[in-house]
Design a protein around this ligand. Structure first.
Ligand code: TRP
Length: 332
């Protein structure tokens, strides 16, 4: 990294491969990553080891899900020529840096991590908490520091992990000399993006629509989707502000949003018509993504090559960082 001649700052971000990405992932992360590719040197990582921290039983699905994640990324426009797209478990030095960083943080600090506390509550893990789960943020810090990243685009839920990463970087630098920049979070600003039931779109709530959904699937999922519950008949005036459909108009068909709100409020347009018009717009919005995805899906050899090349680029950088770490620590 030290011989980088341009002044571009480095970005690293990652996602856990747990299945096809949905509109919430697109609006909250992918769309933004896409824009960052020109301004920054970007590393985008499939965080497959991280899946094991809470879903060891899903291990057999992780390989296929990692491929699906690349397809969604490539479909959405991430460019393997511009950005390094890699798989965490294919870059073994992450495991070594994780081990070293584990010495830079106290148990108490990890136990106080609010994300960890929430997961224990929400996942009903009770007494069954693995050592690896407690160390989730240490592995994440290794991911980030390995590329000497300056900026980490994340959702708000990840801010505690970024703070922990900064603490580990500071501790390392204080003891062994300046190796790691302290990474800054870049919080992806997006309004609470609704799922088909009006609650936040989230895989665990079963209210998602996938970026790769076919036109038929999009229509099927939109038909029963959440609207203003007080609007029982078409002749009742509606309130678009509380309607998931209207939020999606604003996001995916902004040019039709004002008219839609007016026709809803004046009871000129019924919800069924409103949804089918939106379906047409969304089908068109995602058509280029679906087509790009399908082209890669039809060429598994090409996908293998893209994956292998991205992992090799990441390994080269990781090896250089580890050489710095070994030198500064005098071990390894
Ligand atoms: N913890 C992140 C999530 O669940 C995924 C992740 C792993 C990550 N390593 C990372 C995000 C490094 C940013 C940087 O969304």
């Amino acid at each position: 990294m030290s011989e980088r001649t341009n002044a571009k700052k480095v970005i690293l971000s990652g996602m856990r491969p747990t299945g096809r990405l949905h509109w919430g992932n697109y609006t909250g992360a992918l769309e933004n990553w896409n824009k960052l590719q020109d301004e920054y040197t970007c590393y985008f990582m499939v965080a497959d080891w991280h899946v094991l921290t809470t879903a060891l039983d899903k291990a057999a699905e992780i390989r296929q899900n990692s491929r699906e994640m690349y397809l969604d990324w490539l479909g959405a426009g991430l460019d393997p020529e511009k950005s390094v797209l890699f798989v965490q478990s294919e870059v073994k030095p992450h495991a070594e840096l994780y081990l070293i960083l584990a010495m830079m943080i106290s148990m108490g600090r990890l136990e106080r991590n609010p994300t960890f506390k929430e997961q224990i509550r929400d996942l009903n893990l009770g007494g069954e908490i693995s050592y690896g789960h407690l160390g989730y943020p240490v592995l994440q810090a290794a991911d980030i520091l390995m590329y000497q990243a300056h900026v980490v685009p994340v959702g708000e839920d990840q801010l505690p992990h970024l703070e922990l990463t900064r603490e580990m970087a500071r501790r390392f630098n204080r003891i062994f000399g300046d190796v790691f920049p302290e990474p800054e979070p870049l919080v992806t600003k997006f309004a609470r993006f609704p799922g088909t039931d009006g609650k936040r779109m989230s895989k665990s709530l079963g209210n998602t629509i996938e970026i790769s959904a076919t036109p038929d699937e999009i229509r099927q999922k939109l038909r029963p989707a959440f609207t203003d519950p007080a609007r029982l008949r078409k002749s009742d005036p509606g309130n678009p502000e509380i309607c998931a459909i209207y939020t999606w108009y604003q996001k995916f068909m902004p040019e039709a949003a004002a008219e839609t709100a007016a026709e809803c409020r004046s009871a000129q347009r019924g919800c069924v018509d409103c949804k089918m018009k939106l379906a047409d717009g969304i089908i068109e919005h995602f058509a280029p993504l679906r087509e790009r995805r399908a082209a890669y899906e039809a060429d598994p050899g090409k996908l293998d090559e893209i994956m292998a090349a991205g992992c090799a680029r990441a390994r080269t950088v990781a090896d250089k960082t580890m050489a710095l770490v070994h030198d500064s620590m005098g071990i390894g």
